[in-house]
Design a protein around this ligand. Structure first.
Ligand SMILES: [Ca+2]
Length: 286
């Protein structure tokens, strides 16, 4: 893992694009999101540096850190959202998966629902005053009451579940591949899909999501980058390099960047990662 992190540090966005380029000629192994075992990772593909196209470098968003808050470093963050002055967080791992309501300033967990041990929790979103939570490989999602966390129902899907967000009409879901699925929020059936791409090269490992002002922000698993995706075409419009934030976390195997929440009142983002000690409030400058 350290080797991978060094590579990530060196090649930054080019890692994303190396995966994208290689996908033209060989299938990239989609690694297990539970752990970042290198044995499950196609390091041969990831080791290949690729020159970063200048046009996407020019689309890098600048940001500043507004606040740093404590984050539960036992929380294996898989989903993060903001709603009415609170954060809601979904965590993973079998036996440790949960849905949480969190005090932003203190990191205190105010409300918690623990998933049965058989489920590995993944992304969450709020739609029509209900919380929706995916699971990784159970092909099952859960619907909860926003206030009580009472489980209201379930739905199923045919892929893995990684990240979820929504636009005004549809739920938008990732499964670790380069595909984003748009789901009907009532029936949970697929309405359409897009392939995430840059210059016609697919970008895989799309993970935690956040729909922000007409764009889909997405963590790319095992990188320090968040990409901004055109929800109509799947094309990458730009990216955020958050390596500065990851450097503040211990070099553990699994503690990768994975958490984007948007506060529409301040236009700020909240950013964290799996097992991170910090939650960052950041402001985009472009
Ligand atoms: Ca999110």
């Amino acid at each position: 893992m350290k080797k991978i992190k060094i590579i990530l540090s060196c090649f930054c966005l080019s890692l994303i694009l190396s995966a994208a380029q290689c996908s033209n000629t060989e299938e990239i192994v989609t690694p297990n999101p539970q752990t970042t075992n290198t044995e499950n990772t196609n390091t041969e593909t990831m080791d290949q540096p690729v020159e970063t196209p200048s046009e996407i470098v020019n689309k890098q968003s600048d940001y500043e850190i507004i606040n740093t808050y404590p984050h539960d470093n036992q929380a294996f963050t898989q989903g993060l959202i903001y709603h009415n002055s609170f954060l809601y967080e979904g965590t993973g791992l079998n036996g440790e998966s949960s849905l949480r309501k969190v005090n932003i300033e203190t990191g205190e967990v105010l409300q918690k629902y623990e998933l049965p041990e058989e489920y590995f929790g993944e992304g969450i979103t709020i739609f029509n005053n209900k919380i929706i939570q995916l699971t990784w490989q159970s092909k099952k999602g859960f619907i909860y009451d926003l206030e009580t966390f009472e489980k209201l129902g379930e739905f199923s899907y045919n892929t893995e579940g990684w990240g979820i967000t929504h636009d005004t009409q549809y739920l938008i879901m990732s499964d670790g591949s380069d595909i984003l699925y748009f789901l009907d929020p009532e029936t949970f059936t697929e309405v359409k899909r897009i392939q995430v791409n840059y210059n016609n090269r697919s970008i895989k490992r799309i993970n935690e999501l956040e729909y922000i002002n007409g764009e889909i922000f997405a963590n790319v698993w095992l990188t320090d980058k968040i990409i901004k995706i055109n929800p109509e075409t799947g094309e990458v419009n730009g990216f955020l390099d958050l390596q500065k934030l990851t450097e503040n976390e211990p070099d553990l195997r699994d503690n990768v960047l994975n958490g984007i929440a948007y506060n529409p009142e301040t236009n700020h983002l909240f950013i964290t990662g799996k097992l991170w000690s910090n939650l960052y409030e950041i402001k985009l400058n472009n």
